[in-house]
Design a binder for this molecule. Structure first.
Ligand SMILES: [Fe+2]
Length: 293
């Protein structure tokens, strides 16, 4: 399936899950996590930390090191927020899982990162329907320590509120997807991952860098805004920044004129490669072809 809905965050949030607070936040209730829940964190954390060196970008590693994120327990959002606030002015707030798009954007625009309060079950280590605390905190929060990423995600929240009004959310959501969730960056002569959707996934951390199957293409804003994405499997194409500083440019961009221009051009499917693309690796498509049978 290819996503038609604007973002993963808006897909499954229904009225049934709505908490009492209008901004959907709930107490993290850190004291109430069970030993089993902390043990699931530990399993996930240790597996990723063994594998990520040499694959993840330096900013992620530096953020992880500076934050109170330990191997043996689910992090306490209050302690994370204390450190983030000092560095980049961000906080982490607990939500039940997916939240509606407008709620999500409003949080980001105010430098509050909504993180799933729950952790996946022990029999679902590699299966995730909604973002849990491991995806959100391990995957995303270290990058919030990087000043450029911190500004970019806030700008994305502001842009999201505007895009909703303009009816172009789908195009903007693709930018988030192919950067904050599934972005790669060039570093030290090689490719490194920085997207939280990858950094929190054991199998995709390997796939995105090692597999001959996916395309790895230089990030181009208008190109990305036209490209649909997969929500149920590995990506067919990863977009590569020359450096995280490229996000500075995006932060300052007023997307409004781009929406009209990109909406007038054909929408691309995830595996498309264009003659105008700067192709770092042309994927052989073997993985998704096998999946399709
Ligand atoms: Fe995410």
């Amino acid at each position: 399936m290819i996503a038609d809905a604007p973002t993963k965050h808006g897909l499954a949030a229904g009225e049934a899950g709505r908490p009492d607070s209008p901004d959907w936040t709930i107490p993290q209730g850190w004291e109430h996590y069970s030993a089993e829940e902390h043990a699931i964190w530990r399993t996930l954390y240790e597996r990723q930390m063994r594998m990520l060196p040499g694959r993840v970008c330096q900013a992620f590693e530096a953020g992880m090191k500076a934050l109170p994120i330990a191997h043996d327990q689910i992090p306490d959002f209050r302690r994370l927020s204390d450190v983030l606030m000092k560095h980049t002015g961000w906080q982490v707030v607990a939500v039940p899982g997916l939240v509606p798009d407008d709620v999500f954007f409003e949080h980001l625009a105010n430098r509050r990162f909504p993180a799933g309060q729950f952790i996946r079950r022990a029999d679902q280590l590699d299966y995730l329907e909604e973002p849990d605390v491991f995806h959100d905190v391990f995957g995303h929060v270290p990058m919030l320590m990087h000043p450029v990423m911190a500004d970019f995600i806030q700008a994305y929240g502001e842009g999201g509120l505007r895009a909703q009004r303009l009816g172009h959310l789908e195009q903007l959501a693709r930018v988030y997807w192919y950067t904050v969730e599934f972005g790669l960056v060039e570093e030290n002569g090689g490719l490194r991952l920085y997207g939280g959707g990858i950094a929190s996934s054991y199998s995709e951390s390997l796939f995105c860098l090692d597999s001959p199957s996916p395309n790895r293409i230089r990030f181009d804003l208008e190109r990305v805004m036209r490209t649909r994405y997969r929500i149920d499997d590995f990506q067919e194409t990863y977009f590569v920044l020359r450096s995280l500083e490229d996000l500075l440019e995006l932060r300052q961009i007023d997307f409004a004129p781009l929406y009209e221009r990109t909406a007038a051009q054909p929408t691309l499917v995830p595996g498309d490669v264009l003659p105008t693309d700067v192709v770092l690796h042309r994927g052989d498509g073997s993985y998704h072809r096998a999946r399709r049978g």
